[in-house]
Design a binder for this molecule. Structure first.
Ligand SMILES: Cc1cc2nc3c(=O)[nH]c(=O)nc-3n(C[C@H](O)[C@H](O)[C@H](O)COP(=O)(O)OP(=O)(O)OC[C@H]3O[C@@H](n4cnc5c(N)ncnc54)[C@H](O)[C@@H]3O)c2cc1C
Length: 383
């Protein structure tokens, strides 16, 4: 067991952090207030190699392992203050691009992956519906086979990147009578007749990551648009969620490092009662707790990447990582505001945003209640 990053990894992390700090902090406060996603920043990330990092070289990527991608996400989270952009990148990578690498046909990979690496295609993973959130397998969107096409009917909501996306991985049932065994994943390009993409929903946090609805009405897609095989939707969903839950919070680890650095600096410089506020135990203990949470989160994030690379990432581990990191991120975001006092609440400082962005972490990729359910189910099944 070696907890030390190699010199090469350290240099890589440094270069990603510098890139993020120099190129990705554009009008953060204003864009958060106005909920603006900048495609130019997406393209900038692609040019640097973010979207292609874990994608095989033959499809335009760099063939990096999951741990290296986790390190990159952490570094992006430290350098870039735009939590929405980071979330959009994470959703594209973990729940769309890598499932395509794992389950797609050569033709599907050749068609979509190069664009997903070079920034010209944004992809989404769409399973949630108005009637099925935590109970994702209760989805009602249908896919009826008609000659050489499937016809999709139904609707999706809360879909990350949908308003700006180019290709959608959509989960629908080919036979509602089969329950989860009928669920199938399909590629639907944005310009497909019968697909309507909603505008971006206003929301509390991650405002620069567009979220929206999809509606399918007599939406015909060729039979070969199935990802994997008919009926494999649940397996693909589980694969995507395992990876996403283990890795999606890695950028928050970087953000927690920045929060800690900012909080320590403020605790040292801000004077009250004739002394730095960090001299008060109540303040310094918040810093200590932030440090402990950060270290634990970092170790868990690296372990998630490492397990994925070993082919040993189990649902229990993935859920535990998502659960712990999202709660740690929220608590450290609250502590950052508290250490900064009234200044922490002012939008201009960019600190209150941490809390709004972090709250959402308890909900996406399965709520934290559902993560506890999964952990408990696996514990009970193995005793
Ligand atoms: C910012 C954001 C981005 C998202 N991106 C995507 C995306 O890209 N693609 C996609 O398909 N979906 C996406 N989602 C949807 C997300 O996965 C769901 O919001 C989430 O799974 C919860 O579903 P729900 O909102 O319908 O809540 P509900 O399922 O209605 O849950 C409401 C409450 O009940 C609790 N609850 C429900 N069932 C149980 C249970 N069995 N045990 C204990 N508690 C329970 C929940 O924990 C929660 O507290 C996104 C959501 C958000 C907020």
């Amino acid at each position: 067991m070696d907890f030390q990053l190699t010199a090469e990894q350290q240099a890589f992390v440094k270069s990603v952090r510098s890139f993020a700090a120099e190129k990705l902090n554009v009008d953060n406060v204003e864009r958060d207030q106005d909920a603006v996603f900048l495609r130019e920043l997406w393209t900038e990330c692609a040019r640097f190699g973010v979207q292609g990092l874990p994608i095989p070289e033959e499809y335009g990527g760099q063939g990096a392992d999951v741990l290296t991608t986790v390190l990159a996400m952490e570094a992006l989270g430290e350098g870039c203050r735009d939590g929405g952009l980071l979330f959009s990148l994470n959703a594209h990578l973990w729940s769309a691009a890598l499932p395509l690498v794992e389950f797609g046909t050569t033709e599907q990979k050749e068609r979509y992956l190069p664009g997903m690496c070079d920034g010209s295609l944004i992809a989404v993973h769409a399973i949630t519906e108005p009637g099925s959130g935590s109970d994702a397998m209760a989805l009602a969107t249908t896919a009826r086979l008609d000659g050489d096409a499937y016809v999709l009917d139904g609707g999706k909501q809360f879909i990350t990147n949908a308003p700006v996306a180019d290709v959608f991985i959509v989960f629908a049932t080919v036979d509602p009578g089969l329950g989860w065994a009928g669920i199938t994943a399909f590629f639907v390009p944005r310009d497909t007749p019968g697909l309507t993409v909603g505008s971006s929903d206003a929301k509390m946090g991650l405002r620069t990551s567009p979220t929206g609805e999809l509606s399918f009405q007599d939406c015909r897609i060729p039979k070969h648009s199935v990802l994997g095989v008919p009926g494999a939707g649940m397996m693909i969903f589980e694969y995507a969620m395992r990876l996403e839950r283990a890795c999606i919070m890695a950028s928050s680890v970087g953000t927690m490092q920045r929060q800690l650095d900012e909080s320590v600096a403020h605790a040292n410089s801000r004077q009250q009662f004739g002394q730095p506020i960090g001299d008060f135990q109540a303040v310094s203990h918040m810093l200590a707790d932030m440090q402990v949470r950060l270290t634990a989160s970092r170790l868990l994030a690296y372990r998630g990447g490492w397990l994925a690379d070993q082919g040993a990432l189990e649902p229990l581990e993935a859920s535990a990582i998502k659960l712990y990191l999202s709660e740690a991120y929220l608590q450290s975001s609250l502590d950052t505001v508290q250490v900064h006092g009234g200044y922490g609440i002012m939008a201009e400082a960019g600190i209150e945003r941490y809390v709004r962005d972090a709250v959402v972490g308890r909900i996406y990729s399965g709520t934290n209640q559902m993560q506890r359910n999964i952990i408990a189910q696996h514990l009970r099944a193995t005793t």
